[in-house]
Design a protein around this ligand. Structure first.
Ligand SMILES: C[S@@+](CC[C@H](N)C(=O)[O-])C[C@H]1O[C@@H](n2cnc3c(N)ncnc32)[C@H](O)[C@@H]1O
Length: 482
């Protein structure tokens, strides 16, 4: 039997937040009832796209289950405040359920919503914003116009960058992504959200590593070798940049591997980035060009952007133009204004707005991205934009103290949102025109609680950059209260 699902109203204890794994005080317990199967009615979706229901009055998270469904689940872990379940079978399916892509492990990150119709995904993403506002209730939140999510032009094959781990176990080389919260690497011959060229290059590199006997890193046995293969393509030029992230500097046949990669279709450069086992991040600090061009060039809304390996760039280049044009539409600019592009990456937003203002000052913490941003200013023949390296929290107050008049501001922070100290500075500086781009509705809503001391929020736009995942970009326009 199929059930029509209503995604509009998240119900139940919507303020429940699954505790951060790192903060667990007591060790997790495997569920004592062994393989016991239970029947659960799913009430709603959690922020990460899992179905949420209740078992013996305790909340249970079941990835792959949809609201309104009745499912058979296996309880796999018993935490003090919640249970983790595994979907065994759907007894009564939602009308919004669609077939999961064939031949792909459903545990893989990046396909958390692939069993939900696209329309349902768009609704879910808007609901996430509404729930976050409801939870933190910034001033006047009931009057915010939270717009319908703008769909992506392609639901599949949109990602232009793949960052896959490589592993060798019992002579089998796997290249793909880890299953969530585990050390199990899932080999990914197919990834339905990945664009075909990057997927092909990833697989070809795996085969070359095997053929050329290039060492593969192994944490357990402390072997040096290739650990991660990053492949990024420009949508505009189709150029592909490859980075081999290695543990250890000199690896047998690494240069032969680079030569062979350089022969693959679209590849214009090969880099090596060096890391070590102590580094919890994917990227290490040292990047060396092995072959080819220093950068690939992307083009958005008629402007060119050179990208070096570590620079941030949106993963869905086609939809990026929509995100940026919506953000710039909401930012009211005039030719006499100074615009601050905070969390600037390679300078995209500031460079796109530069023709409309007197000057742009960008702030970005990663030195390579700042060099890219400065090069991008020249690439686009602009003479009114400059980029500063450092944290926004430190540089913005400096600009204020130096007497820079901050008329307009765009912030596009990482998922953690804005630091309290920065919000304090903003409430003091009070830029006239202010737009906040966020990839995390929860931190956006929390930051709005403080920002609405001086600003009103009328509109929040949602742009779907990553179909099949629970993630969404929101753009909030802040209007200074007179
Ligand atoms: C979400 S990205 C946005 C980049 C850019 N606006 C775009 O659309 O391509 C966030 C950027 O902020 C940078 N960043 C993170 N924390 C920062 C901080 N505290 N100060 C300055 N930049 C920071 C990151 O390196 C990254 O380039």
């Amino acid at each position: 039997m199929q059930k029509k699902t209503n995604f509009r109203k998240p119900q139940g204890s919507k303020n429940f937040k699954r505790p951060n794994r790192g903060k667990q005080q007591r060790p997790n317990k495997r569920f004592d009832d062994g393989d016991k199967h239970v029947i659960i009615t799913i009430k709603r979706l959690g922020i990460n796209g899992e179905g949420i229901g209740y078992y013996k009055r305790k909340i249970i998270f079941i990835p792959g289950a949809l609201p309104g469904e009745v499912v058979v689940a296996k309880i796999v872990t018993d935490h003090p405040q919640y249970l983790e379940g595994e979907l065994v079978r759907v007894k009564e399916a939602s009308l919004q359920r669609v077939p999961f892509p064939k031949g792909v492990d459903p545990r893989i990150g990046g396909l958390e919503l692939a069993h939900l119709s696209y329309e349902g995904q768009l609704e879910f993403k808007r609901d996430n914003v509404l729930s976050a506002l409801e939870k933190y209730h910034p001033r006047g939140y009931k009057n915010y116009k939270v717009k319908k999510t703008i769909p992506a032009p392609s639901e599949w094959h949109y990602r232009n960058k793949a960052s896959y781990q490589i592993e060798k176990e019992n002579h089998k080389v796997s290249l793909g992504l880890y299953a969530p919260n585990s050390h199990e690497l899932i080999d990914l011959p197919e990834m339905p959200t990945q664009n075909e060229d990057t997927q092909k290059v990833e697989r070809a590199i795996r085969d070359l590593i095997i053929r050329l006997h290039v060492p593969v890193a192994n944490r357990r046995r402390k072997f040096d070798g290739v650990k991660t293969v990053v492949v990024r393509q420009s949508e505009a030029t189709k150029e592909i940049q490859v980075t081999l992230i290695t543990v250890g500097h000199k690896l047998e046949n690494l240069l032969k591997l680079a030569d062979a990669i350089f022969e693959l279709d679209h590849v214009v450069s090969v880099f090596q980035n060096e890391t070590d086992w102590q580094n919890p991040q994917v990227w290490g600090n040292k990047t060396t060009k092995l072959l080819g061009k220093k950068q690939i060039t992307e083009e958005i809304m008629g402007k060119k952007f050179g990208l070096s390996p570590r620079a941030f760039f949106q993963l869905n280049p086609v939809q990026t133009a929509t995100l940026y044009s919506e953000a710039l539409k909401l930012l009211t600019l005039t030719p006499d204004m100074t615009l601050i592009d905070a969390y600037a990456g390679v300078g995209t937003l500031g460079i796109l707005a530069a023709d409309q203002v007197k000057q742009v000052i960008g702030i970005e913490s990663i030195p390579e991205a700042v060099v890219d941003a400065q090069n991008n200013v020249s690439l686009n023949h602009l003479n009114n934009a400059s980029y500063l390296q450092g944290s926004v929290e430190r540089v913005l107050p400096q600009l204020k103290n130096d007497g820079v008049k901050i008329d307009a501001l765009i912030v596009d922070p990482p998922r953690t949102g804005l630091a309290k100290s920065l919000i304090k500075t903003l409430l003091d500086v009070k830029p006239e025109s202010f737009v906040y781009i966020s990839c995390n509705p929860s931190t956006l809503a929390q930051d709005l609680v403080l920002l609405t001391e001086a600003y009103d929020v009328r509109v929040i736009e949602n742009v779907d950059m990553l179909p099949q995942t629970p993630r969404c970009e929101c753009i909030a326009k802040l209007t200074l209260r007179k």
